[in-house]
Design a protein around this ligand. Structure first.
Ligand code: AMP
Length: 296
């Protein structure tokens, strides 16, 4: 596995590489969710590039950029074991030269949901992803469904700007008890982690209600809120029931529908989602909150 930290070295390495290339962009502090993307990329391409870059422009001034967890040595060990060919670990100054002033923004969708609570977040994401796409002209780029809005925004950007990369979406990986894996989970106290389980539980409840035939978003949201509000450590930002392609909120559930939420638990902000009628990720069997256990 070759680790490179400059754009120049990354380009030179890929110039010499033959066959198809899969790209997995990450912010490091890797877990099984990231590794599911790497595994999928490994199985579908001749060469796999993983990038590790904590991108400052996607964090707001009050957010956790300075505290974002890092363990580069462990990350490199995991990636070498997974058979990755190249790891790109640029510095902030390598990516953002002095006086940097160019941005990529996907209008509209970037302002909804996460964008409403994290102004500028998606502008930072699409700017850095377009840089990575320019540096690494891969055939496929792998993103996790855990960040569903990121997937929608990046797909739109890739289409609008004619990037060659096919965007491949990998299902959310969960802990056995249902919590969606996130690098930020390391900052949860045991109490906070326990409280945070209500997030996946409420999403699984939404899935159960859907499976039982419920198609009214308000009924589903109401049932979810009853669970979420019973957990005082969890400060909800939003619960959205929306079209999976556009993320427009729905009056009636008909096509492929995503239920997405965001909440703060202690100092940590977490997001999660499910697609109604589809697999929920690992751990769902253990954390099945049956709608039949709720009052009618
Ligand atoms: P991050 O390092 O958090 O920016 O994540 C890098 C990539 O891994 C993104 O495409 C995420 O959506 C994906 N990812 C993060 N957590 C998970 C998870 N639990 N399951 C699947 N993919 C994930």
């Amino acid at each position: 596995m070759l680790q490179v930290s400059t754009v120049e070295e990354m380009r030179r390495a890929l110039d010499r590489a033959a066959g198809t290339v899969g790209l997995v962009p990450t912010m490091g502090y890797l877990h099984a969710g990231h590794m599911a993307l790497v595994k999928r990329a490994r199985s579908e391409n001749d060469k796999v590039v993983v990038t590790i870059f904590v991108n400052p422009t996607q964090f707001g001034p009050q957010e956790d950029f300075a505290q974002y967890p890092q363990d580069p040595e462990r990350d490199l060990r995991m990636l070498a074991q997974a058979g990755v060919d190249y790891v790109f670990t640029p510095s902030v100054s390598e990516m953002y030269a002095e006086g940097f002033s160019t941005h990529v923004l996907v209008d509209g969708i970037s302002d909804k949901l996460e964008g409403a609570f994290r102004p500028g977040h998606f502008r930072g994401v699409t700017t850095v992803v377009s840089m990575l796409f320019n540096i690494i002209p891969a055939d496929r780029a792998y993103f996790g469904h855990k960040d569903v809005q990121q997937v929608v925004v990046v797909k739109k950007m890739a289409r609008d700007l004619h990037f060659r990369h096919e965007i491949v979406v990998v299902p959310t990986v969960r802990d056995a008890d249902g919590l969606a894996l996130s690098s930020r989970n390391v900052s949860l106290t045991p109490e906070d982690r326990n409280s945070a389980l209500v997030l996946s539980r409420s999403l699984f409840l939404a899935s159960d209600l859907y499976e039982r035939g419920e198609r009214d978003p308000e009924t589903i949201r109401f049932a979810m809120m009853a669970l979420l509000n019973a957990e005082p450590r969890v400060k909800l930002d939003y619960v959205a029931i929306c079209d999976a392609q556009t993320l427009e909120e729905l009056d009636r559930i008909e096509g492929r529908t995503v239920v997405a939420l965001a909440a703060r638990v202690g100092p940590v902000r977490l997001i999660d989602n499910v697609v109604l009628g589809e697999q929920r990720g690992y751990g769902d069997e253990q954390m099945h909150v049956s709608a039949s256990r709720l009052p009618a």
